[in-house]
Design a protein around this ligand. Structure first.
Ligand code: 7TS
Length: 420
């Protein structure tokens, strides 16, 4: 009988077995009858019935284009679409709906900032400061911008324990820095970065801060005003919502000072033969017919998470992550990457002598879904000195027995591949 503190904390938090019943996909066996253990939540989360039903309901009862149709269905669709915006604004503590632009995902949100804000606010000799643990989607857009503008892109180094080198960050800050682009939680190391303090420091030199919240908003309470973020980006699909929807939050005065990203229908006020004026926020940044169905279902996902509460979700995941680390550490020849004191539920590791791709394929045959590869963080892989890692990532619907299934599968893999 295991009586670890992690296990005790787990027992005392969420009623996970009840919540699991909301997720039809979790209750199946794969291959020759292995129970499915889905531990790839950092890539995408599963969807509860309420979200799946919101999609079906939209298409069966009130499918219509938004913001234009003066008929019953159009008004229903518009009302639900805008309701979702209000739910998202409240969920992240934004002052209002003008701060919330719907995009296709975190990647598009960051590119919107790079194109619309970056091209007007970053010039020759300016500095963009990102970090050595960014996902490619919070790095490549800045590389493109820096190259085009003759600006310099610098990276805050990652320390041995998986935290950012805050002394280096302080020394890299100067009046030349126009933007600090940082992830709130690393999708590889799990590290939670002190973005509130980093925002204060960035503002101290007159820079803006963009927070990549793709891995934080789904897992912990996030309040944009407490963080003092200028921009914040995240994706619906990592937080129980559908794919194809993301959010860009920005301060109103920043959005107002930005030109549009894309031109087209719905983002205009008046169009003349040779020029146009722009719609009010947030519509200025939502050209064309938006992803109506998925935005509405995303609203249902936000309702679902809010009803459970982000504090209990966070507490449960902290305990389950600690339990995951404990179980993996017991296995000989397993090395975990990242030891940050503040961390979330992405646990990357290597098993000596077994390539991460072979390992993930082997554990998959045992019913366990994990991810292997560079995890869209090649600069960080170089820093870690590995071409790829294996990663288990939990959400609030995961349970101890799935972690045990993973540990057992790794031990079996060690026998199979003749290591350990
Ligand atoms: N930023 C971070 C920190 C991420 O983890 C991801 C996706 C993105 C941005 C991009 O989000 P998207 O919704 O626009 O694709 N991360 C992962 C992952 O770790 N495995 O698959 C996708």
């Amino acid at each position: 009988m295991n009586t670890s503190p992690a296990r005790t904390a787990l027992r005392e938090s969420l009623d996970v077995e009840r919540l699991r019943r909301d997720f039809p996909i979790l209750h199946q066996t794969v291959y020759d009858g292995k129970p499915l253990a889905y531990l790839d939540n950092a890539a995408t989360s599963q969807k509860p019935k309420a979200v799946i039903e919101a999609l079906t309901e939209y298409y069966t009862r009130y499918n219509a284009n938004v913001h234009r149709a003066l008929h019953y269905l159009g008004e229903q669709a518009t009302a639900r679409y805008e309701e979702a915006r209000g739910k998202v604004a409240a969920f992240i503590g934004a002052p209002g709906v003008a701060n919330i632009v719907f995009t296709r995902g975190t990647t598009e949100s960051i590119n919107l900032v790079a194109y619309a804000w970056g091209r007007t606010h970053v010039g020759q000799g300016d500095v963009i400061l990102a970090t050595g643990m960014e996902h490619h989607s919070n790095l490549v857009p800045w590389q493109i911008l820096a190259k085009e503008k003759g600006a310099e892109l610098k990276l805050v180094p990652v320390l041995e324990d998986g935290t950012l080198d805050q002394a280096a960050f302080a020394s890299l800050l100067s009046s030349r820095v126009k933007l600090v682009a940082v992830t709130q939680m690393s999708n590889v190391l799990g590290t939670v970065n002190p973005v509130q303090a980093m925002a204060e420091a960035a503002h101290g030199v007159g820079a803006k801060i963009l927070v990549d919240a793709a891995q934080s908003v789904p897992h912990m309470p996030v309040n944009v005003q407490e963080l003092n973020a200028d921009f914040l980006a995240f994706s619906s699909h990592k937080m129980c919502g559908p794919t194809g929807v993301g959010v860009l939050y920005a301060r109103e005065e920043i959005f107002n000072a930005m030109p549009p990203f894309m031109g087209g229908g719905e983002m205009i006020s008046k169009v003349h033969d040779d020029h146009a004026t722009w719609a009010d926020l947030p519509y200025k940044f939502e050209a064309g017919t938006p992803n109506i169905a998925d935005v509405i279902a995303f609203g249902a996902a936000v309702d679902y998470l809010s009803a459970i509460g982000m504090d209990p979700i966070h507490a449960y995941e902290q305990a389950l992550t600690a339990y995951t680390v404990e179980r993996l550490e017991e296995i000989p020849h397993v090395r975990i990457f990242g030891r940050a004191p503040e961390r979330g539920g992405a646990v990357s590791f290597e098993v000596e002598g077994i390539h991460p791709h072979d390992l993930s394929q082997y554990v998959d045959q045992q019913g366990v879904a994990i991810r292997a590869g560079h995890l869209c963080a090649q600069p960080l892989m170089r820093r870690l000195g590995v071409p790829a890692v294996s990663r288990a990532s939990v959400y609030f619907y995961n349970v101890e027995r799935e972690i045990e299934q993973l540990a057992e599968a790794i031990r079996k893999a060690q026998h199979f591949f003749g290591h350990g």
